[in-house]
Ligand binder design. Structure first.
Ligand code: SF4
Length: 350
């Protein structure tokens, strides 16, 4: 994590702050009501920062409307027209994301930097393997990790030359190893907060796995300050996936469900119970810093052992299960009571 702190509206990143979860709306931003509904759904799911495209002057008109009705920092995603960045800044946006590969001349960068400096609005330089500058593509032959890193640092230099360093950098690629290497290079060469993401990952299952590998590898190295899981799905799914990645890296509280994979010994309908319990857990809004491990195990081989390690757990038997709490056997319950019992335990512990 970067030592340097950047404030995006009411969310601070870097400097030991927790990793912020980002997502992006997929509504037409000019459709104010649809965009508002999606941002509120993302907030409800636990999104910390939301980005939307500001691709037209009609879209700019939504910024003030959305600012007044939402509660998390709003980021304007700008491509091609630097004037949209300036107008979004004037309209109360919390952060600007630009792609230096298509934003234009140093003069335009200076113009954006000037407004953002005056309003204390950070800028994310978002480098994407699919839209790298032509010179770097010619130099490296393809969007290699070196090319992505060089592009980000070159753009950062242009902003520094314009007396602006309230920056966040990102280097995204749809190729997971390239994304990992590019971020490792960048973390070695600068101290700007880094926003992590594997881009264009595809649908929910494959995309979540690619993101977990790329983002997770870096977070476990101590690299990264904000994350976005890009999925070809409802953006709310991105928040759930990001939370799982952060939890797996030990960077987030909440309920960690440990469940066995089932085997020929399993005597209860464990897969269904695990799905039902996880669906309920996904709806929880766990206070920061609260952690709970819940074990759902199929039998007595590994079951009681895992269940004892957990804060609460069950180990299944034939038509029944043993409930453990903090390592102690509490009682036997019927199989059909497993999900409701664990759910009550979870709520009693949080
Ligand atoms: S805990 Fe028991 S049921 Fe589950 S996978 Fe292990 S041996 Fe099989």
């Amino acid at each position: 994590m970067s030592k340097r702190i950047v404030r995006i509206g009411n969310v601070a990143i870097g400097g030991g702050n927790r990793i912020a979860i980002q997502s992006m709306t997929n509504t037409h931003t000019a459709d104010k009501e649809a965009t508002l509904a999606q941002i509120l759904a993302l907030e409800e799911a636990g999104c910390d920062i939301v980005r939307f495209t500001v691709n037209t002057f009609d879209a700019v008109k939504s910024v003030a409307f959305l600012r007044e009705r939402t509660h998390i920092p709003l980021v304007a995603d700008i491509h091609f027209d630097y004037r949209l960045a300036i107008e979004a800044a004037e309209a109360g946006i919390s952060k600007i994301r630009i792609n230096p590969g298509n934003i234009g001349s140093a003069e335009r960068i200076r113009a954006v930097a000037k407004v953002c400096n005056a309003k204390n609005i950070p800028i994310r330089i978002g480098i994407n393997g699919g839209s790298l500058e032509k010179e770097l593509l010619a130099k490296y032959g393809s969007p290699t990790p070196e090319a992505l890193c060089e592009s980000a640092l070159k753009a950062a230099k242009e902003f520094e030359n314009a007396d602006f360093d309230n920056l966040v950098l990102s280097v995204k690629s749809s190729t997971v190893p390239n994304m990992i290497k590019a971020n490792r290079l960048l973390a070695e060469r600068c101290d700007y907060p880094l926003h992590l993401g594997v881009t264009e990952t595809g649908t929910k299952r494959g995309g979540s796995i690619k993101s977990a590998v790329g983002i997770g590898a870096l977070l476990c190295d101590g690299i990264g300050d904000t994350v976005r899981v890009s999925l070809t799905a409802d953006p709310v799914e991105e928040i759930y996936a990001a939370k799982e990645i952060l939890r797996a890296c030990g960077l987030m509280g909440g309920v960690n469900l440990v469940a066995c994979p089932t085997c020929g010994r399993t005597e209860i309908d464990l897969i269904r119970y695990a799905e039902e319990l996880q669906a309920r857990i996904d709806t929880l809004n766990v206070p920061a810093g609260k952690k709970l491990t819940v074990a759902l195990m199929g039998c007595v081989v590994n079951g009681p052992g895992e269940a004892r390690e957990a804060d609460v757990g069950v180990a299944g038997g034939k038509g029944e299960a043993v409930l453990f709490r903090k390592g102690e056997i509490v009682c036997k319950i019927k199989e059909e009571e497993i999900v409701d019992t664990l759910w009550q335990e979870i709520n009693a512990h949080l």
